[in-house]
Design a protein around this ligand. Structure first.
Ligand code: SF4
Ligand code: SF4
Length: 97
């Protein structure tokens, strides 16, 4: 199995990724340069020049790139709710064992 896991849960089942507020983003690309995990993709010659291409590459509970964003255009899911959901998934997995 090549799927990565976090706290024993498949990463693809965990909703943790940056969301770009395009009404604020000025395409400075600081976040892209900062993050080493290829979460973002820069698109040449497109109106929307930056997308979250690989959300599952984002490190669960990392929010570091948001600190590089001077216009506060990056947001993340609620950490407590995500933790709660991970626990629920683990419980579901135990029940199905
Ligand atoms: S939160 Fe961390 S891992 Fe996720 S995109 Fe930003 S810097 Fe990369
Ligand atoms: S750092 Fe903020 S403003 Fe700059 S490209 Fe990323 S999301 Fe957009």
């Amino acid at each position: 199995m090549s799927e990565t896991t976090f706290m024993g849960v498949e990463r693809s089942l965990i909703n943790w990724k940056p969301t770009i507020d395009y009404s604020k983003c000025d395409y400075c690309m600081e976040c892209v340069e900062f993050c080493p995990h290829k979460v973002f993709e820069v698109r040449e010659n497109e109106e929307i020049r930056l997308i979250v291409k690989n959300p599952d590459n984002c490190v669960v509970f990392c929010r570091a790139c948001s600190k590089t964003c001077g216009v506060d255009a990056l947001s993340f899911p609620d950490k407590n709710m995500t933790t709660q959901r991970i626990k629920e998934i683990r419980k579901e997995m135990e029940t199905h064992d």
